[in-house]
Design a protein. Structure first.
Length: 291
């Protein structure tokens, strides 16, 4: 399991990279009148840019953790977001198994309480959906060119206007096909439907509304969707969409069989659990045994 973290070159057209970075430096009062002067700027450790190869320019983050300063190439957040959705996907079968087992009551093997087991399913499902969407949206914004205007609502505007005012549906159906010259909706209509569903589920989770039935239950519909949605299809469709437009952006590592077997041998089985309350409040205690 795992996703390779990649780094994104500034700009989208290799011939425009130097021009784009020159404009950025100019805003800071650092004017480069030639490529030679620009290269001098790039060698200055005070600048947040490094050059790899002839035209590949990458941003460098100056980061701080507990007064410890360090430099790190700016990782592509698309791969950060996707890695969360992909890595947690491995837990969904286990979560559903524990939930079904908890419903057996006295015959339950693992002795999880149904409410705790359901919360596990909800956590995995919600994270897979939300972070799949975040990866998708971040990638679509990256597709917008830094150096050119885009037609939006009958006007030519820059990417900042698109990112601020355009809806996800408009970007997905109109703007991205326009700037990438690729028609995902026509070539892959079923996968396009999955992406629309991801957006809908993400909205329902992050803008959760009380939809009461009979004046009582409010969240039954979204809970049932989380229980029954095909998370693997969602995560894989996002990967397909991203790599369709930008090949090899999303690359996943594979575990070898030996490592998987070793990890399985180390897993713990819950044999019982007890509820209690002390001065710190209520608690749930688990008892494990080695498998």
């Amino acid at each position: 399991m795992g996703t390779k973290i990649t780094y994104k070159s500034l700009g989208h057209d290799p011939n425009e990279d130097y021009r784009w970075v020159t404009k950025s430096l100019k805003k800071e009062g650092k004017v480069a009148n030639s490529e030679k002067e620009l290269k001098k700027f790039l060698k200055d450790p005070k600048n947040h840019i490094i050059q790899i190869g002839k035209k590949d320019l990458y941003a460098v983050n100056k980061l701080k953790l507990k007064n410890k300063m360090f430099l790190l190439p700016e990782g592509n957040p698309v791969t950060y977001y996707y890695s969360i959705a992909y890595d947690i996907l491995n837990q969904i079968e286990e979560a559903k198994m524990l939930l079904l087992d908890s419903l057996e009551k006295n015959q339950s093997k693992y002795k999880w309480h149904p409410a705790v087991a359901f919360s596990f399913v909800f956590k995995v499902g919600a994270n897979a959906i939300i972070f799949s969407f975040l990866a998708l949206e971040a990638f679509m914004n990256q597709c917008l060119p830094d150096y050119a205007k885009i037609e939006f609502d009958g006007k030519l505007v820059d990417k900042n206007i698109i990112q601020k005012y355009s809806s996800f549906e408009t970007k997905f159906k109109t703007i991205i096909p326009q700037v990438t010259k690729k028609d995902f909706l026509t070539e892959h209509p079923r996968k396009a439907e999955v992406i629309v569903k991801i957006k809908k589920l993400r909205d329902e989770l992050t803008h959760l509304k009380e939809m009461r039935k009979d004046g009582f239950v409010a969240y039954e519909d979204i809970y049932n969707q989380i229980l029954n949605v095909d998370l693997k299809k969602i995560v894989n469709t996002v990967k397909f969409y991203i790599n369709y437009h930008s090949p090899k952006t999303i690359q996943n590592y594979r575990r070898n069989k030996k490592t998987t077997q070793q990890e399985n041998q180390k897993k713990l089985k819950v044999i019982s659990q007890t509820f209690g309350e002390d001065e710190n409040g209520k608690y749930l205690k688990y008892y494990y045994e080695d498998i």
